[in-house]
Design a protein around this ligand. Structure first.
Ligand code: UDP
Ligand code: MG
Length: 322
């Protein structure tokens, strides 16, 4: 029988975790004997009673397991830890606040059984989000699309991944991860199913606006080196402007319209400014290359199902241990 592990990252969810878990387990039970479903709750360093509540649940429910991180490493790290420790043939990542409706689980599993490697649930309505949060999220996704080339609008972390996708994800060597972005980047055959985001069931979101801004900057810088190269373009622009202003300063000097010494000062400022900007641009370009290399993201991934090479051949070629 195929097995599925449901990975649920949690942080300080003591107020509602027991009730929410009960509801998630109801949905898991409704899957019946068609699939062996287990739940792996990853506690991301909660400072309330969350771990104890889930541990107590795990004592009576053999399908529930707890993985407790030593401190709050952030949701991305909790998802990574969950994927590293999940044993199922497929893994589903979902939030514990019921904003990722457990009712979708059977459809996700069915689509996976039909042969898709990734099933992504996407938001058709962003729930009770304020207009400012909606605007900021829209701005972030537009910028991300422009810089990284992936349109992640309305994507969520509510995803089912086949084992080979989980393994490919865990093999990525980078530390800073953006789950949604990397799954899209890997581009395994996928299906998308829509969902409306309900109100949060109990507790409150751990994401302050400042934390979201920091997270957005980390994500953008881990997917694009374009901002580093912008200085180079700014340098080229400064050089063009310098040429125009420099010519005007020299013209004024020779026509006798300029104050004494003005042309020398302005030319020095313009020449030095352009040289400095261009040099920073060149350095930025090299740093961008170094940055792309240290990420050590593989330059390609193979879809074995649509290739005629076998898994073993592919691993041998890639020099991987057997
Ligand atoms: N979460 C986590 N670590 C964090 C922040 C959040 O594991 O540092 C968990 C949280 O308990 C929940 C899920 O990630 O299960 C989504 O968090 P939240 O509902 O606060 O985010 P939002 O729905 O506002 O995006
Ligand atoms: Mg939530």
């Amino acid at each position: 029988m195929k097995s599925v592990t449901i990975v649920i990252p949690v942080l300080n969810e003591a107020t509602a975790i027991a009730a929410n878990m009960r509801q998630i387990m109801e949905s898991v039970k409704s899957l019946g004997a068609t699939v062996d479903a287990r739940i792996l709750v990853v506690d991301d360093g909660s400072r309330d009673d969350t771990v104890r509540i889930v541990q107590r649940l795990a004592e009576t429910e053999p399908t529930v397991q707890v993985l407790a991180l030593t401190r709050n490493f952030g949701k991305e790290a909790a998802i990574h830890a969950g994927l590293d420790h999940a044993s199922g043939d497929a893994v589903i990542v979902m939030d514990c606040d019921l904003q990722h409706p457990p009712a979708l689980l059977p459809r996700m599993i069915q689509l996976w059984r039909d042969g898709l490697d990734v099933v992504e649930a996407y938001k058709i309505d962003r729930g009770g989000e304020s207009w400012l949060s909606g605007l900021l999220a829209g701005g972030f996704y537009a910028l991300f699309n422009r810089l990284a080339g992936f349109d992640l609008r309305n994507h969520s972390d509510f995803k089912l991944l086949d084992r080979k996708v989980v393994e490919a994800y865990c093999r990525l060597p980078e530390r800073e991860r953006f789950f949604r972005g990397l799954i899209t980047w890997m581009h395994f055959p996928s299906a998308r199913i829509p969902f409306e985001v309900p109100e949060r069931s109990g507790g409150g979101s751990a994401w302050s606006r400042l934390r979201l801004v920091k997270y957005s900057l980390t994500i953008i810088s881990s997917f694009s080196s374009l901002p580093l190269q912008v200085v180079g373009w700014a340098g080229a622009l400064t050089l063009c402007i310098s040429l125009v202003l420099g010519t005007k300063a020299l013209y004024d000097k020779f026509m006798g319209h300029a104050i004494d010494g003005f042309a020398t000062v302005i030319l020095l400022v313009l020449i030095l400014g352009s040289i400095i900007m261009l040099s920073i641009g060149v350095v930025g370009n090299y740093i961008a290359r170094i940055y792309e290399e240290v990420k050590r993201r593989p330059s390609y991934l193979i879809d074995l199902r649509r290739s005629s090479v076998t898994e073993r051949q592919s691993a041998d070629r890639a020099g991987e241990p057997e």
